[in-house]
Design a protein around this ligand. Structure first.
Ligand code: ADP
Ligand code: ADP
Length: 227
């Protein structure tokens, strides 16, 4: 479980991006952070894997304060998926997946086999493995991004608008595949989106943030639907 305990982030210019946030993301569930641009979603997400450290407050991961865990150690257990996949442009799809920290310790063949399995899992044909990211569609790139994040089999996945940059038809496919994958994998997921429909569709629970970095509401998707 991930727990935010009175977490505040003030950037050096004085902007308070996250303000005294208390929040729990239960293990094996999808917690969606939703809200308008600038309400602190990305900042909250990046504090979990210590890309950003809080100004005050504590984030707990399975009972340990993340501030006490070196970032590299922490990130071994945390997959991270961003909007434009963040793939290395000069590496093939296969190499993008095999060169993540979780697979680097393995011999080439094991890493390759695992990577091919992951690519299949996220719905990519084997022949895509030798392509470069620029030779893929946006939706295919996002699939590689998800495979890459899953490579180390991290218990936690942080996802920042992973499906927002693709067209609506592909977005819906990716959402459905993601829900199917999660039924098998039971990751602890924190998922950021500005799209309330996506939040309702994907979230086991939905945290609505307001500008200023406050928690406006924490609800089950059905409760949001009935409003
Ligand atoms: P969201 O993901 O909800 O759009 P962000 O977490 O990116 O929100 O940003 C929250 C607030 O913090 C915004 O007002 C944004 O302008 C500000 N902010 C984000 N990053 C920085 C930074 N590096 N320095 C100063 N302000 C920042
Ligand atoms: P390299 O092959 O150059 O060592 P990595 O795969 O370790 O690259 O990481 C590439 C980039 O993605 C780096 O900027 C790293 O900080 C970031 N990154 C990789 N995994 C994570 C993660 N779990 N959480 C946060 N950032 C990550």
């Amino acid at each position: 479980m991930i727990r935010f305990d009175a977490v505040t982030k003030r950037y050096p210019d004085g902007t308070v991006a996250v303000d005294e946030l208390d929040l729990e993301a239960p293990s094996g569930r999808i917690t969606v952070l939703v809200g308008p641009s600038g309400c602190g979603k990305t900042t909250s997400l990046r504090m979990i894997n210590r890309m950003i450290d809080p100004t005050s407050g504590t984030i707990w991961l399975d009972g340990r304060a993340t501030a006490d865990v070196p970032p590299a150690t922490l990130r071994r257990g945390i997959g991270y998926v961003i909007q434009h996949a963040g793939l290395f442009p000069h590496r093939t799809v296969l190499d993008n997946v095999t060169t993540v920290p979780g697979l680097l310790g393995h011999d080439r063949r094991t890493a390759r086999t695992r990577a091919m399995e992951l690519l299949e899992r996220v719905g990519l044909e084997p022949r895509m493995a030798s392509r470069y990211p620029a030779q893929l569609s946006g939706g295919q790139q996002q699939r590689v991004g998800v495979a890459r994040a899953l490579a180390a089999d991290p218990p936690v996945m942080l996802m920042d608008e992973p499906f927002s940059a693709v067209d609506p038809v592909v977005r819906e496919q990716l959402q459905n595949e993601f829900l199917r994958l999660q039924q098998d994998l039971h990751k602890t997921i924190v998922f950021v989106t500005h799209d309330i429909d996506e939040a309702i569709k994907l979230g086991d629970q939905v945290a609505v943030l307001a500008v200023g970095g406050h928690l406006a509401q924490l609800a089950a998707p059905a409760e949001l639907l009935s409003r």
